[in-house]
Write a protein that binds this ligand. Structure first.
Ligand SMILES: Cc1cc2nc3c(=O)[nH]c(=O)nc-3n(C[C@H](O)[C@H](O)[C@H](O)COP(=O)(O)OP(=O)(O)OC[C@H]3O[C@@H](n4cnc5c(N)ncnc54)[C@H](O)[C@@H]3O)c2cc1C
Length: 522
């Protein structure tokens, strides 16, 4: 970069390439623009008052500079002699580990219980249309993991986890819009993710990696406290020098397998609650202070946190995975559960806004499940998901309650228009949420209503159950080698192992594990 300049301008100018060019021409003169090329390096909005401003950083480059060269070259072709690394799970952690392993000269063998993104789409449609949940192919399981049919929000709170730009550039080189490189809150959108994921798969296969779909891992092959590979439901063994376990927060069979094999796992805090849905126009009005959102502004979002005290116990209540212009989706992994989550298309143009509103839970809160040891949280989640399913008449319909009714402890008799395709049953969320969760949830919602007037009134509804926010189990690993603390060559990775919470952090964790594996095998 030759130089960069910061501007505070009208968002209408910032988001229009033609208007931005004219603005730069008038600010800087034709000389600079004729002798260099430029691009947006960073853009964010300051929407604290009605006079919304865009903060834009423009970078100027030599006329011959090749922006595409920054996206990284194609993957190198692996040699026949490359060491094999087994990757269980093709979510963001598994996929980015595979890409990094290839760059480091190692051959990834990806074992995935679900289907490729194209075939997976049919199973997703069957959940919405016929209430049929395939236990291996759903919103959580299948190629690309839980991240494929999601909002594709790509931010992480911690910048220390790794090279965020590396991940963003990989997404762009496989088809994501280049604006994710400079937007303050980048997101891809559920309509674009499948194409990007399949492009990554093709690049991995072309380089010499392998994918095995429909293969559910049923056993880990361990000799002398060291893993040598895994076995799948077809009774076939996959052997490798190292095994990366990246099966996500919903792989309850894997957690159960680890416990049955006496492989050390431990309970961890997690969060659970409901999804709240409003009209996007209400959120826009509350955040932008405009009667109608001007078209150049993105649909508004919110991020809310409350500290509540109930029966002398302090508990956090917070919004989670807010999806502006999005849909609430049925994300159970088995027929007898009701679980909701949220996603948005790239344009975020649905008329609804939704967000998880969840309550933090400590292992000590669920001591009545202690007979399940490290799996107490998982069993607790399962029990509530089953209860929600019973209340829905064993369908994928979800129980809904007007937020104001919930706060007053009145069951709802009516529901509002919704984006949730399987449908709603108006009722009482408290029927499946224990008091230690429902009361802080109510207090949290009252606090949010003070921050955004109307937020917790009759114009919004709660839809439950939102139970898969993070893993209730940790698979501990050595902080330096990243190997499991007892089993050599086993690398617990991503959200399911407790080392990530979201697409970006899972991808970064996959990369970190790949580097640790390469270090060990070199
Ligand atoms: C509907 C929805 C929307 C979301 N929206 C966002 C968002 O906008 N932004 C964001 O950052 N995060 C979002 N998330 C969360 C995000 O998707 C996860 O944090 C992320 O995918 C975790 O990555 P992972 O690779 O660790 O695990 P996962 O993505 O869960 O992948 C695990 C993989 O392992 C496979 N697997 C499981 N068990 C086995 C087995 N026994 N054998 C073989 N394979 C197995 C699964 O099929 C799956 O493909 C969303 C999640 C959902 C469900």
């Amino acid at each position: 970069m030759l130089e960069s300049r910061d501007f505070v301008i009208n968002p209408e100018i910032a988001y229009s390439p033609e208007q931005l060019h004219l603005f730069l021409l008038s600010e800087l003169g034709a000389n600079l623009l004729n002798n260099s090329q430029y691009r947006i390096e960073k853009i964010s909005l300051d929407a604290r008052n009605k006079n919304i401003k865009a903060l834009v950083k423009i970078g100027f480059y030599d006329k011959n500079y090749d922006f595409a060269s920054e996206l990284g070259s194609v993957l190198p072709t692996l040699k026949n002699t490359s060491k094999r690394v087994i990757i269980i799970g093709s979510g963001p952690a598994g996929l980015f580990a595979a890409i990094k392993l290839i760059e480091l000269g190692l051959k990834p063998i990806i074992i995935e219980r679900g289907k490729n993104v194209r075939d997976r789409r049919r199973d997703i449609a069957a959940i919405n249309r016929f209430n049929l949940v395939d236990t291996n192919s759903n919103y959580c399981f299948g190629e690309g993991g839980a991240g494929t049919y999601s909002d594709g929000k790509l931010y992480t709170r911690s910048k220390k986890r790794g090279d965020i730009n590396y991940v963003l550039k990989k997404f762009v080189s496989h088809g994501a819009d280049a604006n994710i490189l400079y937007e303050a809150h980048p997101h891809i959108g559920t309509n674009k993710l499948p194409m990007i994921i399949s492009s990554m798969r093709n690049a991995i296969i072309e380089a010499g990696g392998e994918f095995h779909f429909h293969h559910r891992v049923t056993d880990l092959l361990i000799h002398n406290n060291s893993i040598v590979g895994c076995q799948t439901n077809f009774q076939d063994d996959f052997l490798g020098e190292a095994t990366l376990l990246a099966t996500g927060h919903s792989a309850r069979d894997i957690f159960t397998l680890l416990q049955s094999k006496n492989i050390f796992i431990e309970p961890k805090p997690f969060a659970l609650g409901v999804r709240i849905e409003h009209l996007q126009s209400f959120i826009d009005k509350s955040q932008y202070k405009f009667k109608d959102r001007p078209s150049f502004l993105p649909p508004a979002s919110f991020s809310l946190v409350a500290k509540t005290i109930y029966k002398g116990k302090e508990r956090g209540v917070f919004s989670f995975c807010m999806c502006p212009g999005g849909f609430i989706v049925p994300s159970a992994t088995s027929q007898n559960q009701v679980v909701v989550n949220g996603m948005s298309p790239s344009r975020r143009d649905s008329k609804f806004a939704n967000s998880g509103i969840v309550v933090s839970i400590l292992p000590s809160d669920i001591s009545s499940f202690s007979q399940h040891g490290a799996l107490a949280g998982m069993q607790f989640q399962e029990e509530l998901e089953n209860k929600a399913n019973e209340l829905s008449g064993r369908t994928q319909k979800a129980i809904s309650q007007l937020t104001s009714d919930f706060i007053k402890s009145n069951a709802s008799k009516e529901d509002l228009d919704t984006s949730y395709i399987p449908g709603l049953i108006p009722g009482d969320i408290r029927e499946f949420l224990p008091e230690f969760i429902s009361e802080p949830l109510s207090l949290g919602l009252q606090d949010f209503n003070r921050k955004i007037p109307g937020f917790s009134s009759h114009i919004g509804q709660l839809i439950g159950l939102e139970s898969r926010t993070s893993s209730p189990v940790k698979i501990p690993r050595d902080s330096q080698s990243l190997e499991h603390i007892e089993i050599k060559n086993l690398y617990p990775c991503g959200e399911g192992a407790g080392f990530a919470g979201g697409i970006m952090s899972a991808a970064l964790d996959g990369i970190n594990c790949a580097i640790a594996i390469a270090h060990k095998l070199s």
